[in-house]
Write a protein that binds this ligand. Structure first.
Ligand code: NI
Length: 159
């Protein structure tokens, strides 16, 4: 049974802090990709989450799944191509950071580009909760957690 890695275990924390490798569609069959998407969706739903990055289940792959407003996303090799100048705070938690939550300031709107499970290029303009979830999952893929953002933002406030 695959488990969601948490920062409570040192080697899992080390893995979560590493930037993921690009997803190479040539290395996987359609069936394998479909299986990956389905099992990540299942784990996310069972854990009561709204987003899950592949490195949270121990896979060094640049991809994540998310479910917001009943719409499901599985995005491979995502990149944020635009960020709004306006920031907004909202409370975040994370399946890899148990029993913690806190306000994180993030850009309100973003544009995200990546690929769907068939390797087809996609572009999404997101705002509100979706923009936040995408940014949170992008952070995961870059080895960053929401608690790091809070720390940075608190430092900024002190100055
Ligand atoms: Ni998370």
């Amino acid at each position: 049974m695959v488990k969601i890695l948490t920062i409570k275990i040192k080697k899992d924390n080390d893995f979560l802090r590493r930037k993921t490798s690009a997803f190479d569609f040539k290395k996987f069959t359609k069936k394998e990709i479909q299986g990956l998407v389905q099992s990540m969706n299942k784990m996310m739903v069972q854990a009561d989450g709204i987003g899950l990055a592949a490195n949270q289940i121990g896979l060094d792959l640049k991809m994540f799944v998310a479910k917001v407003d009943r719409k499901f996303y599985a995005i491979f090799n995502p990149e944020i191509t635009k960020l709004s100048d306006t920031f907004t705070p909202a409370e975040e938690g994370c399946l890899s950071v148990p029993e913690m939550a806190g306000d994180v300031f993030r850009p309100e709107r973003i544009s995200l580009e990546g690929y769907d499970r068939n390797g087809k290029k996609i572009k999404i303009k997101a705002w509100g909760v979706l923009a936040r979830v995408f940014q949170h999952e992008m952070d995961h893929l870059n080895g960053k957690l929401f608690i790091d953002r809070i720390k940075e933002q608190q430092k900024f406030k002190i100055k």
